[in-house]
Design a protein around this ligand. Structure first.
Ligand code: BGC
Length: 760
């Protein structure tokens, strides 16, 4: 080896000089072109296709159809591997079998799939494997499970969200999973929606900031996804998925374009500008056009306007659904043409070979040019190179010593603690005196699945009690804090049906206080449909019966959306909530109940009072409850957006602005003094809202424009400063353009308000 060759070799071994950087993006482009040049049409179409692992697994009855049970332990079927991975050259495999796998099991399955791709296909292109990591690497047994996104949003802590995302990426890679379908950037504006818990809540700013923290944490600095601890993200679900008119998943949404641009688009734009690799589409329809066939939102806006050059990915089955579900294409074949014409690159097929066969026919007939196929394949191969899959198609789990470590668990515990929102504390019943005798009751008291929700060890999350049996339910955690002799447990009711309320009433006679754990069983997507936002009657009856005992009741809610409690809330002394805190949630709730931790979570969504009262906090002036014409049917929630109590109190004073008039391009400094006026240390989330007093399009009553979570010792005071730019005062006008109008604005922080003027 010459001196120069040795020098270059040593340079390649430097930590920053991995495959992506070594090849550089131009190098990758060259490699991609070379490979593409060798590919047949069939191989290219294989690269555009994604298959559900269910299609590769052995069934108990090989002829029993897709819904027949899997062989246990799960085994990959060699004929299916040969068919899909070798003959069709499928690019991407996703999803999990019926239950969670350890990192070694994942390694085994993925190595087997990869070996078919690498050694039995002509070109040896590695397969890309993806799963939903909605709250940690949550389909891997033994991984660190964080709160669901809505509970993470209740922390209002972007740094913590980023740390959780970094750990998730590490544990995904440890499981040999380099791709996730997430985070979800959907605005959680409809409380009935069964995927609300997968969102960061109803506000655009909070969603945008936390989405960026997540993608940055997962993809790493500079989106260096070839790093063995980072993964590629697929931001979803583009666009306007989360606010269907009925609240039911995958049903139509109707919004003027200016609303879509102002509310749904910003989180996507921000994450795309920070370099994410994939955009996963909305399975529903917007203004009568299914997003999978919407050239305007995919081509004109996503590609041309925002400049996204990554992969546009279809959601599950959604191309064929253009035909039989949405009825915009008379045949599957026409559906494929529409979807490709709209700009889709990769398709979740997900279960058979018809997509590949039909697309081959379509190209051979000339309805779609092969150059159009090349565009998509180029993007997909590029990502495979960037992820380092050609060099490391799989990794040895031993390379990940921190998987499931105590350090990672500590971060998950912190997330769970900060996700807890104290909503009511009459007569300071909380923290609870440890000398009291307590009855623990309710369906959510003794199950891990009510703490975790869906996407936990499986799609619906039903097996959390098996896989997380060493973690504490609320009951177990309270018992650990209090001692078994001071605690009685009676479930009283299931989630939907009564068990024995009388028994719980009798037990209440023997204690000083009741901890009532209500909420929801686990679910994901359509199985989470509900007809009624109220908590089911069985749980309401239990709550009313507990209140009637005259013993103080502390309601602990663990649920994926704000189920209504107005039929009994007034009779509860204390109310605590976490929107699914994950595996560490039982301990976190017990810590808060007994005062080991001072709660600081704030609601990332409005908690409605009545089913016909589903109004977001950023409603219009005309939706105010105190409207001058005596309208008291407006925004009158059980608890407002941003709300959350503490065991200490905070005083706000001296709200000051650096100027009272600003012009375009100026910035404004807003300062406020916050003092911890109570006796315990605590975190507070300072929230700055701005209200446009008059505008040509009816302005929202207020919008969150900045927030800052700070820690204050008892008695301590800090001045918090925010910088407001004139762009923070923009809105999208009827012409669908961002616009800024001069006039008066009000700044509101807690109970303080002041105003300023914007002049041209
Ligand atoms: C969901 C997506 C998910 C995909 C893959 C779909 O049904 O809508 O959010 O990423 O399945 O699991």
């Amino acid at each position: 080896m010459t001196k120069w060759a040795l020098f270059l070799f040593m340079l390649m071994l430097l930590p920053g000089c991995r495959q992506g950087e070594q090849t550089g993006s131009r190098g990758i482009d060259r490699e991609v072109d070379l490979l593409l040049g060798k590919m047949t049409l069939r191989e290219k179409i294989g690269q555009m296709s994604q298959i559900d692992v269910a299609a590769l697994m052995k069934r108990v009855d090989p002829h029993g159809g897709f819904y027949g049970p899997f062989l246990e332990p799960n085994v990959l079927d060699k004929d299916s591997l040969q068919k899909y991975i070798v003959e069709y050259g499928i690019s991407c495999v996703f999803n999990i079998g019926p239950h969670g796998y350890s990192i070694r099991e994942w390694h085994g399955y993925i190595k087997e799939i990869q070996d078919y791709a690498l050694h039995r296909t002509r070109l040896g292109i590695p397969v890309l494997y993806g799963v939903d990591a909605m709250h940690g690497a949550s389909l891997t047994v033994g991984a660190t499970l964080f709160p669901q996104q809505l509970a993470m949003a209740s922390t209002w802590n972007p740094d913590l969200v980023k740390q959780a995302a970094e750990i998730t990426a590490y544990e995904m890679r440890a499981s040999n999973l380099p791709l996730t379908f997430g985070p979800s950037l959907d605005l959680g504006k409809h409380p009935v929606w069964s995927r609300l818990n997968e969102s960061f809540g109803e506000d655009v700013l909070l969603t945008t900031i936390l989405s960026k923290s997540t993608t940055e944490g997962m993809e790493g600095p500079g989106n260096s996804v070839d790093d063995k601890t980072r993964i590629a993200t697929s931001i979803k679900h583009y666009i306007a998925y989360s606010f269907p008119l009925t609240g039911k998943d995958r049903t139509p949404a109707w919004f003027p374009e200016h609303y879509v641009r102002e509310y749904f688009l910003p989180p996507f734009t921000e994450c795309i500008r920070s370099g994410v690799h994939i955009v996963l589409l909305n399975s529903g329809e917007l203004n009568g056009v299914p997003l999978h066939a919407d050239k305007y939102w995919l081509k004109n806006v996503l590609r041309d306007e925002i400049g996204f050059d990554g992969i546009i990915m279809s959601d599950w089955y959604d191309i064929e659904k253009l035909n039989f579900f949405h009825h915009v294409a008379p045949t599957y074949k026409e559906a494929i043409i529409k979807a490709l014409d709209a700009g889709i690159d990769m398709v979740m097929v997900p279960l058979d070979n018809r997509f590949m066969d039909l697309l081959t026919e379509i190209v051979n007939e000339g309805s779609i040019a092969e150059s159009r196929i090349d565009e998509s394949v180029r993007r997909i191969l590029k990502l495979k190179y960037k992820l380092g899959l050609f060099e490391h198609p799989y990794r040895n789990p031993d390379e990940y010593p921190d998987f499931g470590s105590a350090g990672f668990r500590h971060v998950a515990s912190q997330c769970a603690l900060e996700s807890v929102v104290l909503l009511k504390n009459a007569d300071n019943i909380l923290p609870l005196d440890r000398n009291l005798k307590v009855l623990v009751t309710g369906p959510a008291a003794n199950t891990m699945s009510a703490l975790n929700g869906g996407w936990t060890y499986s799609w619906q999350g039903h097996a959390a009690d098996t896989y997380a049996s060493e973690k504490n339910t609320i009951l177990e955690a309270v018992r650990n804090e209090l001692g078994a002799d001071k605690l009685i447990y009676e479930p009283g009711s299931g989630f939907d049906s009564v068990i024995d309320i009388n028994k719980a009433v009798k037990a209440a006679g023997l204690v000083d206080c009741i901890i009532l754990c209500l909420g929801e069983p686990s679910y994901a997507e359509t199985p989470g449909y509900i007809e009624d936002l109220y908590l089911p009657d069985a749980q309401t009856d239990l709550a009313l019966a507990m209140a009637a005992t005259g013993k103080p009741v502390i309601l602990v809610l663990t649920e994926g959306r704000p189920r209504l409690i107005s039929r009994f809330e007034e009779q509860m002394e204390g109310v605590l909530l976490s929107f699914l805190p994950g595996n560490e949630g039982g301990d976190a709730l017990a810590c808060v109940i007994f005062g080991d931790y001072n709660p600081n979570g704030k609601l990332p969504v409005t908690y409605p009072r009545y089913p016909n009262d589903l109004i977001n906090y950023d409603h219009r002036y005309s939706e105010r409850a105190d409207h001058q014409f005596g309208n008291n049917h407006g925004y009158h929630p059980q608890y407002p957006f941003g709300y959350g109590l503490s065991y200490t109190s905070f005083g706000y004073a001296n709200l000051q602005l650096s100027k009272d008039t600003i012009g375009p391009g100026d910035s404004l400094v807003v300062a406020v003094d916050i003092k911890n006026t109570g006796k315990v240390n605590g975190y507070e989330v300072a929230q700055l809202y701005i209200r446009d007093v008059y505008a040509n399009l009816t302005p929202p009553f207020k919008r969150l424009r900045a927030f800052n979570k700070i820690f204050l010792f008892a008695g301590e005071q800090k001045t918090v400063r925010f910088i407001i730019q004139t762009e923070d005062l923009n809105y999208v006008g009827q012409d669908n353009q961002w616009t800024i109008e001069e006039g008066e604005f009000e700044v509101c922080i807690e109970n303080l308000t002041t105003n300023f003027y914007l002049q041209d």
